[in-house]
Design a protein around this ligand. Structure first.
Ligand code: 2YC
Length: 295
C-alpha cells in the first residue's frame, strides 16, 4: 500500500470540480454517478439521503502520524459529493468518541495500514482498498462500454487489484492476473477460484507484453511508475489506474486521452461514502458471502 504524501493530495480539493468534469467526459458519469454505479445503486436513491448523512473524518496520529491535508482532502471530497462532513477537532480515540457522542452517522479514519469508514448505526466497516478496486472497475466498465465477455488485465494483485478483479468478474469479464511477484498472482487466482465464475476465465499472465496483446482493458493497480511503457500503449487501450504513483507517463496519457482514469483518493472515497449510506446490506452481505469463500 503506497503511503500518500502531502504533495500527492494538496491540489485535490481545488481541482475536484475539474476532475468531475473529466470523469463525465471519460465515463459519461460524475464522481457520484460512478460511485453509485460501482455500488449498483441509483443516484436518485442516494441523493436525498446524502445531505443529512454526517461523516466525521478523524485524524490518526499513530505510526508515521498525520499526513498534512489528508483529512481535509477526504472531507472536501465528501462535501463535494453533498455529504455533511467535518474533520474532527479531536484525533484518535477522542475523535472517535466525539463522533459517537455527536450522533454522527459514520466516521472515516486511516492509520498506516488501513483506511476505513465505519457506519455508526449498523457497524458496517467499509475498506478503502476494496472500494477503490470496485470504483476503478466501474470506471473501466463505463469507459469500455462494458467489460462483460471481455478479458481484463489486472496489473498488481494486492488488495486493490483483487477487489477490481472480483468486481469485473461479477460483471461478466474474464481476468488475466499479473504481478511482479508471481506468488501474489497465484494466491489471488486461488482465492478467486474458490468462487464459481461460470463461463469466465481466471488466468495468470506472467508476460505483460502478451497480456497487452490479449486485451485492451487494463486495471493498473501497482505501486510503481512506468509499468505501461509508452510504446506498448495502443490507441484503443482503456486503462483504469488506481495505482499510486500512476504507472503511465505524461506522453502515454496523451496517447490514451479520455481512455485513462487515475486519482489518488477521489473515486475510492466516493465509493466508501456511498457504501456507508447504502447501509451496505445487499453489497455487504454479498461481499461477506464471497469473503467467507476467500478466507
Ligand atoms: O492524517 C492521518 O490521519 C494519517 N494517519 C493518514 C495516513 C494514511 C496512510 N494511507 C495512505 O496514505 C493511503 C490510503 C489513503 C490508501 C492507501 N494508502
Amino acid at each position: 500500500m503506497t503511503r500518500l504524501k502531502t504533495e500527492d493530495i494538496c491540489n485535490i480539493s481545488s481541482r475536484v470540480e475539474h476532475y468531475n468534469k473529466r470523469l463525465l467526459e471519460c465515463t459519461g458519469k460524475s464522481l457520484l454517478g460512478i460511485a453509485c454505479y460501482a455500488c449498483e445503486t441509483d443516484e436518485r436513491r442516494i441523493k436525498p439521503v446524502i445531505e443529512s448523512f454526517c461523516i466525521h473524518v478523524v485524524p490518526d496520529t499513530s505510526g508515521q502520524g498525520i499526513i498534512t491535508g489528508f483529512c481535509e482532502t477526504v472531507c472536501a471530497i465528501l462535501r463535494f459529493l453533498g455529504f455533511s462532513a467535518v474533520v474532527s477537532e479531536k484525533a484518535d480515540l477522542s475523535g472517535v468518541a466525539h463522533a459517537y457522542e455527536s450522533r454522527a452517522d459514520a466516521f472515516m479514519m486511516a492509520d498506516d495500514n488501513r483506511f476505513a469508514g465505519i457506519n455508526l448505526k449498523n457497524n458496517c466497516v467499509i475498506d478503502n482498498s476494496r472500494t477503490t478496486g470496485r470504483a476503478f472497475a466501474a470506471a473501466l466498465d463505463l469507459m469500455a462500454d462494458g467489460v462483460k465477455d471481455h478479458s481484463v488485465l489486472i496489473m498488481g494483485c494486492g488488495p486493490v487489484g483483487a477487489a477490481a478483479a472480483q468486481t469485473v468478474l461479477f460483471w461478466g469479464a474474464s481476468v488475466l492476473l499479473y504481478d511482479i511477484y508471481p506468488q501474489a498472482a497465484q494466491s489471488l487466482e486461488q482465492r478467486l477460484l474458490k468462487d464459481s465464475w461460470p463461463g469466465r476465465k481466471i488466468e495468470i499472465q506472467n508476460d505483460l507484453h502478451k497480456g497487452f496483446s490479449k486485451t485492451r482493458l487494463i486495471i493498473e493497480a501497482t505501486p510503481s511508475a512506468d509499468t505501461i511503457e509508452d510504446d506498448l500503449i495502443s490507441d484503443h487501450m482503456v486503462v483504469a489506474a488506481p495505482g499510486v504513483p500512476l504507472g503511465i507517463s505524461t506522453a502515454g496519457c496523451s496517447i490514451l486521452k479520455n481512455r485513462v482514469i487515475h486519482d489518488k483518493l477521489e473515486l475510492g472515497v466516493a465509493v466508501m461514502a456511498v457504501s456507508l449510506v447504502l447501509q451496505e446490506k445487499d453489497l455487504y452481505k454479498r461481499e461477506i458471502r464471497s469473503r467467507k469463500q476467500y478466507v
